[in-house]
Ligand binder design. Structure first.
Ligand SMILES: *Cc1c(COP(=O)(O)O)cnc(C)c1O
Length: 364
């Protein structure tokens, strides 16, 4: 039986994506060739890349608005430096919101390119909330934020209004909720959190913000070169792009982002309601900033961990332990995780409460 997969990344994908991907490895489009052994310049693969890029813009509501979608390699982590390389003016500065480990890594890379203004940080509180009420310097080349903090389980529910270009790392919540994506000038996301397998990174960029830094950018790091080459400047990550396309098609058939958002909210409501109700558990992050994608929670009494761990494993759940910097548990409820899987977890939590209260009666 398939596990209830709460992995934070690489993550669960729709079963039909696994099946169609497997088929394409054996025989792609009835070509009697595997997708793994054909030219990326072949008609069949160019069609995959074109459709994937177009479908990204369609699902995000960005068609005809001056944006380009790219499928690059190097992970979201490479974007930490591609962003400043392409956008930070020489002798310029950039503004960053520090909401967690990934935001911090982005800041670290950007420091090589110019002055970094950290507009606010929740580091002192171990990133348990999203800072608010900060201001962004008007002379910054751009403002960078992380929409969902995968490790700490917090999520930005609103985004600041500013005249400087807004860059957002949406690795762990892209395509999960309706946002006005046209408010962003550059969005990037490692595929492996909510869109596909590891190996490709989606970049959605408004073309008009490029070519303003005055920098000489190495070709592989230059968004303009990738746009000009239609995301095939060199051999692209063929298979991750194909599997991502299948996931995007699945999402479109389901009714797009608005439809999945309802399901995602239902899953998060179900789990957070139990975390708040069950006296054995507590949430790890500020209630108003709780992530719909990654729910972080703790046992009030660590002594219950061995029995709880045994119970959820026996229930067929996988990938629940929290990141070492938070501890406890993290339930990652990406798009493809079914509501039934959350019900299984909630039932285990209720069962634990029963077992513990029985034990308490016996020891009295
Ligand atoms: C996982 C993650 C990253 C890093 O992604 P890689 O593709 O492994 O480089 C960056 N940002 C966020 C928000 C993430 O969740």
């Amino acid at each position: 039986m398939k596990k209830h997969n709460y992995s934070a990344g690489p993550c669960i994908l729709p079963q039909e994506v696994f099946e169609k991907s497997a088929q394409a490895i054996l025989n792609f489009n009835n070509s009697d060739l595997s997708i793994l052994e054909i030219s990326h310049r072949s008609k069949d693969f160019v069609a995959v890349m074109d459709e994937a890029r177009a479908l990204v813009l369609e699902l995000l509501g960005l068609e005809g608005k001056g944006y380009q979608a790219l499928f690059l390699a190097g992970g979201a982590s490479l974007e930490f430096l591609m962003v400043p390389y392409n956008l930070m003016k020489i002798d310029g500065k950039a503004a960053y919101l520090d909401t967690g480990t990934w935001a911090n890594n982005a800041i670290k890379e950007a420091k090589s390119f110019g002055e970094i203004v950290v507009v606010a940080s929740s580091k002192e509180q171990n990133y348990n909330h999203i800072p608010k009420g900060y201001s962004i310097p008007a002379d910054a080349s751009y403002f960078h934020c992380t929409s969902n903090n995968t490790i700490f389980g917090t999520q930005m529910k609103s985004f600041p209004k500013t005249n400087v270009p807004v860059v957002c790392d949406m690795s762990s919540d892209i395509f999960s909720r309706v946002i006005d994506f046209s408010k962003f000038d550059l969005i990037y996301a490692g595929a492996q959190k909510n869109m596909g397998p590891a190996g490709t990174t989606l970049v959605v960029v408004k073309e008009e913000i490029l070519a303003k830094s005055g920098r000489n950018i190495p070709s592989m790091l230059d968004y303009e070169k990738h746009i000009k080459a239609e995301s095939m400047y060199n051999t692209p990550p063929v298979f991750p792009v194909y599997a991502s396309l299948l996931t995007l098609q699945w999402l479109k058939n389901l009714g797009g982002i608005a439809a999945i958002e309802k399901i995602n909210n239902a899953k998060a409501d179900l789990l957070y309601t139990e975390i708040d109700r069950n006296p054995l558990f507590k949430g790890a992050s500020a209630v108003e900033d709780r992530s719909v994608m990654n729910a972080t929670f703790l046992l009030n009494d660590e002594n219950h961990a061995p029995i709880f761990d045994k119970m959820w494993k026996e229930a067929g759940i996988s990938g629940l332990p929290g990141h070492r910097s938070v501890g406890g548990y993290r339930a990652s409820m990406y798009n493809a995780l079914p509501l039934e899987s959350v019900q299984v977890l909630v039932d285990v939590m209720k069962k634990l409460e029963e077992v513990v209260s029985k034990e308490n009666v016996e020891t009295v």
